[in-house]
Design a protein around this ligand. Structure first.
Ligand code: AMP
Length: 265
């Protein structure tokens, strides 16, 4: 596995791959890897010849009051997991390299970014398209895989790739869940044992909403009921529970931790 810490090293490795006519698959991550990330790497391996991931905790997608400093970092473990999964490369750039020339974004997020996450994290998708555009220009992948866990993000990235005519094929990877259905997330590491037991109710309630809507309950009724169930069940705050793209999507707070999840209708 090639470990590239700088853009030059990455270029060198990938230019050989390109000149031999092999396709490049890419999974951008912020590290603290879990089975969800690794499933995306495996999906990429079935779609491209030479595949890898980036590990980069992107400062521009965190607001000043958010958890950039506390975000879990576990580089040696991450590298071992990627090696065991058979990744061909990992890119670990420094902030200065990604944001050479400043933090201004070369791209803006499109209409998919409106509402939902943006109502609560207005800076978020601007930061995401900024970093993904920059990472794509370093890696120049043929295929990139993003998790359906961040469903709105997947739509925003597809839209950005289309608007910029980047020619990168975007694939969505299914949500990996634990044995209780809790969507795997690096932020689950923040949860206490008690909070974990509450967190596991989120997916159950979302699946119930989807079933109720399929059975004819109005969207507004079923989401309002679910919101009460979430609060009764121990969540501190519900940022949103909404239907879009034939999905029930939610963001909730558990103590100081914000969790998101979604299920198909
Ligand atoms: P992150 O490191 O949280 O920025 O996530 C990197 C990528 O992994 C994103 O495309 C996420 O949507 C995806 N991802 C995160 N959690 C999961 C999960 N439980 N199942 C599938 N993909 C995931």
């Amino acid at each position: 596995m090639i470990i590239a810490r700088g853009r030059k090293e990455l270029e060198q490795a990938l230019s050989e791959v390109r000149s031999s006519g092999r396709s490049i698959g890419f999974v951008p991550t912020m590290g603290a890897l879990h089975e969800g990330h690794l499933s995306l790497v495996r999906l990429t391996q079935s779609e491209a010849d030479f595949t890898g991931a980036s590990i980069f905790v992107n400062p521009t997608q965190f607001a000043p009051n958010e958890d950039f400093d506390a975000y879990p970092r576990s580089e040696p473990r991450d590298l071992e997991l990627l090696r065991r999964t058979g990744a061909d490369f990992v890119y670990l750039p420094l902030v200065d390299e990604v944001y050479e020339g400043g933090f201004d974004s070369p791209v803006t997020a499109g209409p998919a970014a409106e509402g939902l996450e943006s109502n609560f994290r207005p800076h978020f998708f601007g930061g995401v398209v900024n970093v993904v555009f920059r990472l794509f220009s370093h890696v120049r992948p043929d295929v990139a895989v993003f998790g359906e866990k961040d469903f709105q993000q997947l739509q925003v990235i597809q839209e950005m790739v289309d608007m910029q005519s980047l020619g990168v094929r975007i694939i969505g990877g299914p949500i990996e869940r634990d044995e209780h259905g809790l969507a795997l997330s690096s932020r689950n590491a923040y949860l206490t044992e008690y909070e974990m037991s509450v967190a596991r109710k989120l997916n159950v309630i979302l699946f119930d909403v989807a079933t109720a809507i399929r059975n004819g309950t109005p969207v507004s009724t079923s989401t309002a009921q679910a919101s009460l169930r979430l609060l009764d069940g121990g969540f501190r705050k519900v940022d949103y529970i909404s239907v879009r793209w034939d999905r029930v999507l939610a963001a909730v707070w558990l103590g100081k931790t914000r969790l998101i999840d979604n299920v198909p209708l």
